[in-house]
Design a protein around this ligand. Structure first.
Ligand code: IFM
Length: 433
């Protein structure tokens, strides 16, 4: 790999990322039921109706996994805390075993010299909260505040960084308007309310953590570069960009939502939404970008937002996503110019799914080309401070089950044996140079 650590600023940080439901094995350790367990049980929602009950069995193989992270030579590990493992009912009595698990995880990282980068919520909402409307219910901000207080009351003194909600677009739009993720709704009103409440919960959690005396608090947004289809006037790409890439940062940094998005969702936002921006814009210490691909947009004659994605000509990953490294540079630059200024930025996820089990030269090339765009951004003054690869190991890729493999480490889902791929070895050697 042409990656050489010394090509990056001295304080630049490399890491790998995972999330709780995707690796832990949710059936273990007294965790409560989640809306992903419910969604996966519905016909046609998830490939082969696969779920996260065992996943990578990280719950019982934590030490082996932490050794893999240490031997890779990265500086930080981005993990998430499962709300239902900590509070099986979503509120009320904590699960002592769950709290002990995250305590051991953080200590295990620190013992190995790895910075723990926590995300509070990476998609597994406790079912009892989903029963009460989940992200559609304004009370979720207070419920999330209670969860934040409970888990960070236990590990907040030792984590290196924390972000409340992974990928607000996925939690809101993908799950409540497009219906691809739990709770599987295709409902504009549900989506509008969820998107607003996600931001309210985000700001509430930041305030709770400030109250606990924590620092290095950020937000993690996923973005896709929006490209107009040839021959179109660009308005479809602009609207896609506004919903996907601008909405959440605009709320957090400008205390407003983009007009073109309001044109579609304003009638569905909860009463008094304009009064929530002081909470939503609670100051942050950094912002993370999860980047994978671009989309090409053209009009269609369906309901708002009246656009469709067009198949693009570039090589694609196992997910069918075009490989477009320049988008990483373009979005980092946009974030700095429009929203974050001098605030540190991180690439909190980047990587590819590949069907090649061990000799994954395609993944090495993907990482190299994206890292080149990260260096381009740094050279032009973007305060990019770190880069996390998705993912440490193959895991549960949500509605696509276990087939799509993002890992630097191969997981045999029959035996749960972990085997480092070529990309793991290439990165380990580059990080030592
Ligand atoms: O696996 C997901 C992860 O949970 C969130 N970001 C994108 C990844 C790949 O689809």
């Amino acid at each position: 790999m042409s990656l050489i650590r010394s090509d990056y600023p001295e304080d630049f940080l490399f890491g790998v990322a995972t999330s709780a439901y995707q690796i832990e094995g949710h059936a273990k350790g007294g965790a409560g039921r989640t809306h992903w367990d419910d969604f996966a049980a519905g016909p046609g929602n998830v490939v082969r109706a696969e779920h996260g009950a065992l996943a990578c069995d990280h719950y019982d193989r934590m030490d082996e996994d932490l050794d893999l992270i240490r031997d890779l030579g990265v500086d930080s590990y981005r993990f998430s805390t499962s709300w239902a493992r900590v509070l099986p009912e979503g509120r009320g009595t904590p699960n002592a075993e769950g709290l002990d698990f995250y305590d051991r995880l953080v200590d295990g990282l620190l013992e190995r010299g790895i910075k723990p980068a926590a995300t509070l919520y990476h998609w597994e909402l406790p079912s009892p909260l989903a029963d009460m409307g989940g992200w559609r219910n304004r009370d979720i901000a207070a419920w999330f505040g209670e969860f934040t207080e409970t888990i960070m009351g236990r590990i907040g003194d030792r984590v290196w960084s924390t972000a409340p909600i992974n990928e607000p677009w996925c939690v809101g739009w993908l799950s409540h308007f497009q219906g691809h993720h739990a709770p599987g709704l295709r409902d504009i009103r549900a989506a509008a309310r969820a998107m607003h409440h996600i931001l309210l919960a985000h700001g509430t959690a930041i305030s709770v953590m400030r109250g606990l005396g924590m620092s290095n608090l950020g937000a993690v947004c996923n973005m896709e570069y929006a490209e107009p289809a040839p021959g179109t006037d660009g308005s479809d790409a602009d609207l896609y960009d506004a919903i996907y890439n601008q909405f959440f940062l605009s709320g957090m940094f400008h205390k407003r939502y983009p007009d073109v998005v309001l044109a579609g969702i304003e009638p569905h936002l909860p009463d008094g939404w304009q009064d929530d921006f002081d909470v939503i814009s609670t100051p942050l210490d950094w912002v993370g970008l999860n980047y994978y691909t671009r989309k090409i947009l053209a009009p269609d004659d369906g309901p708002w937002p009246h656009h469709q994605e067009i198949d693009g000509p570039l090589p694609k990953t196992q997910m069918g996503w075009e490989i477009y490294p320049e988008g990483l540079y373009q979005l980092l630059t946009m974030m700095k110019e429009r929203y974050t200024g001098d605030l540190p930025l991180y690439v909190t996820e980047n990587g590819m799914a590949s069907e090649i089990p061990f000799r994954d030269a395609d993944r090495v090339a993907y990482l190299e080309t994206h890292l080149a765009q990260a260096r381009r951004a740094i050279a032009e003054g973007v305060p990019l401070k770190g880069y996390f690869i998705w993912s440490l190991m193959d895991n549960y890729e949500w509605a696509l089950g276990y087939e799509k493999r993002f890992g630097l480490v191969h997981v045999d889902f029959e035996t749960l044996t972990r085997t480092p791929k070529d990309s793991y070895r290439a990165l380990a050697s580059g990080l030592r140079r």
